[in-house]
Design a protein around this ligand. Structure first.
Ligand code: NAD
Length: 448
């Protein structure tokens, strides 16, 4: 580990990663690697998570390829120094911001989209001219193995390396003299990373989680809202950081909404979702047990069956849930959907604002002023009006949390910026000198 970091840091210092052509070629290589390893990636995702081929391709491989295309189109212009204006005191000088890589970056990834979340930050880090060490999650070991094999086949370890292992390995890694840490994972581990990074003042991005609400107001199209919620919640069996964690629905439309949710669960996953070969499993036994314990909160009105042999939990809706139930204490991160009701939007705003700032928030409702009220009154990472998850697939939108749901952002330009240090330069003229700043100058007071 220590040797890999040393190797990368000295190779970085030699300047190989900085030119536009080098960066461009590496991005093209990552794309080629994804094509070559498409089958092994899809098979590994099937083995570790039972991800369907479609979900594996769309949410991991295609997502990354489109992110690479976006970077390739924009990289040259992003890399240009930015000229800036200057005050009169700087007459004769040129002032600009150089875009510089940090050096050696560590990317720590979780297991839920184990290819996408390991490689999307790598795209930004490579585009910005850094070397990268990837630490994949130990909970999806087959994917982690494939990731290591493909990186080793395409990149030398002094440029991009994969270090496999559990939390002890991560802890050892973050003790190294890294130049940047990009962490995606849970809030408690995010705190550990931040504390450790602070010892060496290593800059960090934290992409964390939390409870992301979907608010369903009475003036929305209930059927369409239900369809988009079922898709956003049960894709990857709810193991998505920005999945709607719980529903907050106007009491007048709750019964209709639950009916519509049931309809779409049946339409998307069939009458017996546990037997549906396309339905993702829960990653391991301990998460399976954690999630099944939530079925004791409120009343199960849809789903509720589980299979501990294959770690599957049916898409489940819980009604009659209160804020004090177990299911409302922590991020659910699974296919269990509690429903709370409200009478007016002020109550919604007060309740959500009393809790940690969500990573995502979804508002379903037609009136502009209500949409505006929610956007103005609640702080959250990002989200959608009248949809779920869709904001994450627009490379023009920075993606990240706020408060307990994270700090910093990435995707598209935001990725390049995250892994880039902005070095501010004043290039002074030597043709003349202004004396006002010097001791004894008669003009000195004029500028104070
Ligand atoms: P996790 O925090 O348990 O693990 C993430 C990574 O940290 C793994 O590589 C793991 O090996 C390492 N790790 C675990 N414990 C550690 C410790 N004590 N010290 C150092 N490293 C440690 O998260 P997870 O279970 O893999 O992923 C689920 C969480 O990630 C959820 O909270 C979810 O919301 C969040 N998440 C966030 C995003 C986002 O983009 N904001 C995306 C996906 C997942």
């Amino acid at each position: 580990m220590n040797a890999t970091v040393k190797l990368q840091k000295s190779w970085f210092k030699e300047g190989h990663t900085k030119s536009y052509n080098f960066r461009k070629e590496q991005l093209v290589k990552v794309k080629k690697m994804l094509t070559t390893f498409e089958k092994p990636i899809i098979n590994a995702l099937k083995f570790d998570l039972n991800k369907s081929e479609y979900e594996a391709y769309a949410s991991e491989i295609a997502f990354l390829k489109s992110e690479i295309d976006h970077h390739l189109k924009q990289l040259k212009s992003w890399m240009q120094p930015t000229k800036v204006k200057a005050p009169l005191t700087h007459t004769g000088s040129k002032n600009f911001i150089r875009k510089e890589p940090y050096g050696t970056v560590l990317v720590i990834a979780p297991w839920n989209y184990p290819i996408q979340l390991a490689l999307a930050p790598v795209i930004g880090a490579v585009a910005a001219g850094n070397t990268v060490i990837i630490k994949p999650s130990e909970l999806t070991p087959t994917v982690s193995w494939v990731l290591k094999k493909m990186i080793e086949q395409y990149f030398p370890a002094h440029y991009i390396a994969v270090v496999e292992g559990d939390k002890n390995v991560t802890q050892e890694l973050i003790d190294q003299p890294l130049d940047y840490i990009f962490f995606t994972g849970s809030v408690p581990v995010g705190k550990v990373i931040m504390e450790k990074a602070s010892k060496r003042l290593i800059p960090i991005t934290l992409e964390l989680g939390g409870k992301s609400p979907a608010i369903i107001h009475k003036d929305t199209s209930i059927d369409l809202a239900a369809k988009r919620i079922v898709w956003g919640k049960f894709t990857n069996a709810g193991q998505t950081c920005i999945a709607p964690d719980y529903l907050y629905v106007h009491h007048e439309v709750k019964a209709d909404l639950i009916q519509a949710l049931k309809k779409y669960i049946r339409e998307f996953y069939g009458d017996r979702p546990l037997e549906n070969p396309e339905y993702t499993k829960i990653v391991n036994h301990s998460h399976f047990n954690r999630l099944t314990s939530y079925l004791e909160s409120g009343t199960v009105v849809s789903g509720g069956t589980t299979d501990d042999q294959v770690h599957k939990i049916e898409p489940t809706i819980l009604d009659q849930v209160t804020w004090s139930d177990a299911v409302m204490q922590d991020e659910i991160f699974g296919p269990v959907l509690p429903v709370l009701t409200y009478a007016d939007l002020d109550e919604v705003i007060t309740q959500i604002n009393e809790r940690p700032k969500p990573l995502a928030l979804y508002y379903f409702g037609e009136k502009d002023e209500d949409q505006q009220l929610i956007m103005d009154s609640i702080s959250f990472g990002g989200g959608c009006i009248n949809d779920t998850l869709y904001h994450i697939i627009n490379p023009h939108l920075p993606f990240g949390g706020v408060g307990e749901s994270g700090m910093g952002s990435y995707h598209g330009r935001a990725s390049f910026d995250t892994f880039t240090h902005e070095k501010s330069i004043t290039k002074q003229t030597t043709k003349f000198d202004q004396s006002f700043r010097y001791p004894g100058s008669p003009f000195r007071l004029a500028v104070m």
